[in-house]
Design a protein around this ligand. Structure first.
Ligand SMILES: [Zn+2]
Length: 165
C-alpha cells in the first residue's frame, strides 16, 4: 500500500517537472496536457491516501478488539487467582476457592483442565456428591468418601455402589 502511494507520488512529481518544462518553453498545448496529467496523478494520490486511511481504521479496530480480548483474559486470570490446585480425598484434581469465603461457606471447586486454559467452569456434584462433573471434561472424583456401614450391615445404603461407573 505504501509502495503504491510512493509510485503515485513520484508520478505526480514527474508531472510537476513536466509542467515546469512546459512553462519554461511557453508551450500551451504541452501545458494543457501536463496539467491534465497532473490532475490525474493527484486523483491517484488522493485515492491511495483514502485506501491507506481505510486500512488504518481497520488496523485501529483490530487493535481495539485485541486489547479488549487481552483485558478480558486478564480479568479471567485475576479471577482464577482466587483458586488453587486441590487434590480431592478420592484423588481428583480441582481448583478450589481460597479467597472471598465467608465464615461457614463451603469453598467452590472449578475444573482444573478448564482453568489450565484460562476458563472458569464450576464443578457440579453428581452421583449423590461422589463425583463432580465438568460439562467439557466429565467426572472428577470428589472429596466425599463412603461412610463405613454399621457393623454387620450388608452393603451400603440399599446396594447402590457410587464408585461403580
Ligand atoms: Zn473442564
Amino acid at each position: 500500500m505504501i509502495g503504491t502511494l510512493s509510485t503515485a507520488l513520484s508520478s505526480l512529481k514527474s508531472a510537476t517537472d513536466l509542467v515546469k518544462t512546459a512553462l519554461r518553453e511557453r508551450d500551451d498545448r504541452l501545458i494543457d496536457k501536463v496539467i491534465g496529467d497532473m490532475n490525474d496523478r493527484m486523483i491517484d494520490v488522493q485515492n491511495q491516501c483514502l485506501a491507506l486511511q481505510e486500512q488504518q481504521f481497520a488496523l485501529a479496530d483490530s487493535e481495539r478488539e485485541l486489547k479488549e480480548k487481552l483485558r478480558e483474559q486478564e480479568r479471567r486470570n485475576a479471577d482464577l487467582e482466587n483458586y488453587e490446585p486441590h487434590r480431592t480425598a478420592r484423588g481428583g484434581l480441582t481448583y478450589r476457592q481460597k479467597t472471598g469465603l465467608n465464615a461457614g461457606q463451603t469453598p467452590i471447586d472449578i475444573c482444573a483442565n478448564c482453568a489450565a486454559k484460562g476458563i472458569k467452569t464450576y464443578l457440579q456434584p453428581k452421583d449423590d456428591g461422589f463425583n463432580l462433573t465438568c460439562s467439557t471434561h466429565g467426572d472428577i472424583p470428589s472429596d466425599k468418601v463412603r461412610e463405613p456401614g454399621p457393623v454387620g450391615a450388608v452393603g451400603y445404603g440399599g446396594g447402590h455402589d457410587p464408585y461403580a461407573s
